[in-house]
Ligand binder design. Structure first.
Ligand code: SF4
Ligand code: SF4
Length: 477
């Protein structure tokens, strides 16, 4: 392809790779990536990490804590359980704090360690590289066998292998979608859904089918495009990474000028890179790490393992491609804890402290009292004034609560359905009650009177909330 040589080319060399993404050809058509099977020490660590994460992902919806799911993000009913702690809509501030902590942690890690999240813990990479890609290698073989299979005409072997691979992909996608659904609506509801006819719950059934379709599409077709085009975190790299950030990097000081190893030829004047291209062949996003840090790099470390193996063979020190910052490579200095990292760590520390203080000091119950709308007050036939209140009590504890209501601030009688009896609120349950407070006319000092509703248990006052009592001011005042 003809290309005009620009000033940048003259300064930085012909950086053709910056003009197009690695998995598209000159006409913008997708070039399918066939990464070679990765192996090596980092790959082993990643496998261990992935096993742990996958185990967590699939078991967490089945863990119960005090009869509650350990983890539930029920956006439909606005009920959230995170690590056994129940968050009600009234706890939105805590959820926002939790989200902030998550984002600041990811940002801090990115500033210090680059895209370590992407390569090691992101569900997209874990499932793609450790589940779907492994199935592909198992069914179709390594990169060259896959390439050959795709090029050959449809024969019995190709039909058998492709059907098996896609059948397994669909089964895994079904497993993922059912598990995700468990996080959203709870394990029991998903069990109920799969044991009944779809006609009994069309929205639930269609939800599962849609999720399965999305996962199958992402892992069998979209693949690395999800990281480059869809994930907003990938796009943020440009502003988060700096020359002090640890990333998967090629040591150009040691490696250049690169050159093929020719038997019998002296390596004098040459760098350590033998230009074997193995680091490119194992890359799941198809880039050449020797071109520097690029948006597509998910820090999966496959190129480190590949290059280390080559260095072993050519009897040179490992680490030509390694975790290092640009500053470390260029200036040969060690890792520095920069002011930016310190600032993010400070913010994180404050957020975590505030979050845990709020969690440990939050009340066992959340009481809301609202005067019934549309009326000021009622006058009863025996000359008393009554106000109507809607009361909601949320029991945030893991024990059931026996409570009774009392009103203070004005002498009067508090009535409710079953008044006088104790109310029982189940653990993590809610009580909704309509209360009527009646006061003798002569006891009402002003139009708007401040009163308090008390929640009493056998141990004493559990909660106290303020409200107002409206009535005609008594003449004696
Ligand atoms: S360049 Fe290396 S670390 Fe980055 S995605 Fe490719 S193989 Fe993984
Ligand atoms: S694997 Fe190492 S030696 Fe081979 S091309 Fe890549 S950087 Fe150079």
């Amino acid at each position: 392809m003809n290309r005009t040589v620009t000033l940048e080319d003259l300064v930085y060399g012909e950086e053709d790779f910056r003009d197009h993404i690695p998995y598209e050809d000159a006409h913008g058509k997708r070039r399918w990536i066939y990464p070679r099977k990765p192996r090596g020490r980092f790959h082993k660590y990643r496998q261990i990490m992935a096993l742990g994460l996958l185990g967590l992902f699939f078991t967490m919806p089945h863990i119960r804590w005090h009869g509650q799911p350990f983890f539930l993000i029920n956006i439909f009913e606005r009920k959230f359980v995170i690590l056994g702690q129940v968050f009600w809509p009234q706890d939105t501030h805590l959820l926002i704090l939790l989200l902030l902590i998550f984002f600041v942690t990811v940002i801090l890690f990115t500033v210090a360690f680059g895209r370590i999240w992407c390569g090691w813990t992101c569900p997209q990479t874990v499932f793609m590289e450790m589940v779907f890609r492994k199935i592909e290698y198992w069914v179709e073989g390594d990169a060259s066998a896959q390439r050959k299979l795709d090029r050959q005409p449809w024969n019995a072997e190709k039909i058998r292998k492709k059907s098996l691979k896609h059948a397994l992909f669909i089964i895994i996608s079904l497993l993922i979608s059912h598990t995700v659904m468990m996080y959203l609506v709870g394990r029991d509801k998903v069990f109920e859904l799969v044991t009944r006819s779809p006609a009994e719950n069309w929205p639930g059934f269609l939800g599962l089918v849609t999720f399965t379709g999305i996962f199958y599409f992402v892992f069998s077709i979209l693949r690395e495009h999800a990281c480059t085009f869809i994930c907003p975190y990938g796009r943020l790299q440009g502003v988060l990474i700096n020359p002090d950030t640890l990333v998967v990097a090629y040591d150009f000081v040691r490696g250049e000028p690169r050159g093929k190893l020719v038997k019998g030829e002296k390596a004098e004047g040459k760098g350590d890179c033998v230009d074997c291209g193995l680091c490119v062949q194992v890359c799941p996003t198809g880039i050449d790490i020797r071109n520097g840090t690029q948006l597509e790099c998910v820090n999966c470390t496959a190129c480190i393992d590949a290059c280390d193996e080559v260095m072993d063979k050519v009897k040179k020190p490992k680490g030509l491609v390694r975790f290092a910052s640009l500053a470390q490579i260029r200036e040969g200095r060690s890792f520095r804890f920069t002011w930016r990292m310190a600032a993010y760590s400070g913010v994180l520390l404050v957020l975590v402290s505030v979050f845990f203080t709020l969690i440990f000091t939050r009340n066992k119950v959340e009481t809301t009292i609202l005067r019934a709308t549309g009326q000021l007050y009622n006058e009863t036939s025996d000359g008393k004034i009554s106000n109507l209140y809607n009361v909601q009590v949320i029991n945030k504890s893991f024990d059931s609560l026996r409570i009774r209501f009392e009103m203070e601030g004005l002498p009067g009688v508090l009535k409710s359905a079953g008044h006088g009896k104790e109310k029982v609120i189940p653990p993590q349950g809610m009580l909704q009650e309509v209360l009527i407070f009646e006061v003798e006319k002569s006891q009402i000092p002003q139009l708007k009177n401040k009163i308090q509703l008390k929640l009493i248990t056998s141990q004493g006052i559990l909660d106290k909330v303020s409200t107002t009592f409206l009535g005609p001011p008594s003449k004696i005042h």
